[in-house]
Design a protein around this ligand. Sequence first.
Ligand code: HEC
Length: 120
Amino acid sequence: MKTVAFILFSFIMVSCTTSTYDDIEEIQIENQGELVTFQDVAFVFENICTACHSNPPQNGAPMPLTNYAEVKNAVETRGLLDRISRNEGEDGLMPLGGPRLPQQQIDLITQWNLDGLLEN
Ligand code: HEC
């Protein structure tokens, strides 16, 4: 049983690593070396998150995510990156109730943070 779990774990680790590198590579090609800005990631928040994180927020969401300042603040003070990076089915994963965002969108938002949370 332990062996099976270990093999499964290794497999998951390998597949995660592979897809992450591929996705980052893709994003870099798409952006041709330019920094990721809010303009590149806003569609995710507009299409998915504002179903609850509207202004005023609905369905028990604690804050809005309807513009640059609100999303930036949530990255800096509310663990937004952690929430979208959790595993499928894990407590606290956003969007609430799933499905998890496509890995490429998670990577793009992560890169936006690494690039300094620029607006434009
Ligand atoms: C179906 C409704 C719903 C959707 C869609 C949703 N959320 Fe949430 N979100 C909630 C609720 C309810 C909470 C409060 C409960 C909790 O913290 O898990 C919350 C909490 C959070 C928190 C933690 C806030 C804090 O101060 O602790 C973050 C960050 C967050 N959401 C980000 C997002 C992002 C980013 C998206 C889109 C990818 C998203 N949410 C989509 C309902 C939603």
